[in-house]
Design a binder for this molecule. Structure first.
Ligand code: PLP
Length: 383
């Protein structure tokens, strides 16, 4: 099946009882067994361990990423937590992209460090820096690319080569591009993570997460954590995410085309100091973006002249763009990372990794780009 056909059909079976074309919402805790000897003969016993609606989504995401299997979670953070728990124990060390979603940094530094796990946050755009950060006790390399919110890219193949040589799993947070544009497992990564809250859902309706493992060993270790800790996805969320996923390719293509237009507009605006969008020729890693992904995505960030006050004033003046934390939805959302999504990162660390006070993140939606640009233009007048 072609990727776009998989988006519609992979993992979905016509309901044998009723012919329902949509996978039903199996809102049931419990699945009755035929006999002790035939325990689990239909595959399900208790919804913390497995649920048929969630399973349909897991099978779809496995096929889309080209993995061995997938586990789904209550949020993207729960998915990241399952990866950390399955790969790391007290005394272990992990190498993590210095630019990543703020919640990832918070989970590592405020939770896992308390349990004796050590982290090095490294410029993962530099394979040499990643290589140099590896220690004898390193058990995980975790990268996010493109990274939230600066869009910095990691060369997935180069880091996976290092990981393979050192026999350390490489996990990639692929939330920003989804497998429609980027498939890390095909170029050497071992695990792929998603906040399904973003592009898979696409409609600001749910929070959810997924981990797609490239091998049976890793999948079993993660599935054990999922069941043991109970950080599962609900059947309702899985059902909504299944519907959202069907339109992923058309949404992402159009939103990315819109983002390209908005990025060009911002790049030529006198009040804008800098625009980071992998689709722009001026983007430092534009060639890497072209070589490892099939599209540039719909998220960009930019800095307005005048620092934090100008950034805040812009965000308070937009009318169509919504001032909100999410990304990847059909609505255009605007965010101030320093005070919102990345507020838990210490100021000095934020500055070091390029999350300036005046940085604005824009997740471009499905509205007509003419209207998005007109809104930004009127808001920029007051800056
Ligand atoms: C790249 C990335 N990964 C993970 C997450 C966490 O996902 P969730 O909010 O679903 O827990 C986010 C949230 O913004 C994100 O942007």
């Amino acid at each position: 099946m072609d990727f776009k056909t998989k988006l519609i059909h992979a993992g979905v079976k016509i309901d044998p009882q009723t012919g329902s074309i949509l996978t039903p919402i199996y809102q049931s805790t419990t699945f009755v067994q035929k006999s002790v000897d035939e325990y689990l003969s239909k595959g399900y016993s208790y919804s913390r361990s497995a649920n048929p609606t969630v399973r349909a989504l897991e099978e779809k995401l496995t096929m889309l990423e080209g993995g061995y299997d997938c586990t789904c979670y209550s949020t993207g953070m729960a998915a990241i937590q399952a990866v950390l728990q399955s790969c790391l124990s007290a005394g272990d060390h992990a190498v993590v992209s210095d630019v990543a979603y703020g919640g990832t940094y918070r989970l590592c530094t405020k939770v896992y460090e308390r349990f004796g796990v050590e982290f090095t946050f490294v410029d993962s755009a530099s394979p040499k820096a990643v290589h140099n950060a590896i220690r004898d006790n390193t058990r995980l390399i975790f990268t996010e690319t493109p990274a939230n919110p600066t869009l910095k890219l990691t060369d997935i193949r180069a880091i996976s080569d290092i990981a393979q040589l050192k026999k350390i799993p490489h996990a990639v947070d692929n939330t920003f591009l989804t497998p429609y544009y980027q498939r890390p497992l095909e170029i050497g990564a071992d695990l792929v993570i998603h906040s399904t809250t973003k592009f898979f859902d696409g409609h600001n309706a749910t929070v959810g997460g997924a981990v797609i493992a490239g091998s049976q060993n890793l999948d079993e270790a993660i599935r054990f954590i999922q069941n043991a800790s109970g950080v599962i996805m609900s059947p309702w969320v899985a059902w909504l995410t299944l519907q959202g996923t069907k339109t992923l390719s058309v949404r992402l293509d159009q939103q990315s085309a819109n983002a390209q237009e908005v990025a060009r507009f911002l790049e030529n605006h006198p009040k804008v100091k800098m625009v980071a969008y992998p689709g722009l020729e001026s983007f430092k890693q534009h060639e890497l973006a072209k070589s490892q992904s099939d599209g540039f995505g719909s998220v960009l960030s930019f800095e307005v002249n005048g620092g934090i006050e100008s950034g805040k004033s812009l965000m308070d003046s937009v009318q169509l763009c919504a001032l909100a934390e999410n990304l990847g939805s059909v609505e255009t959302l605007i965010t101030h990372p320093a005070t919102m999504t990345h507020a838990d990162i210490e100021e000095s660390e934020r500055k070091r990794i390029g999350i300036k006070d005046g940085l604005v993140r824009l997740s471009v939606g499905l509205e007509d780009p003419i209207d998005i640009i007109a809104d930004l233009e009127q808001a920029l007048k007051g800056v």
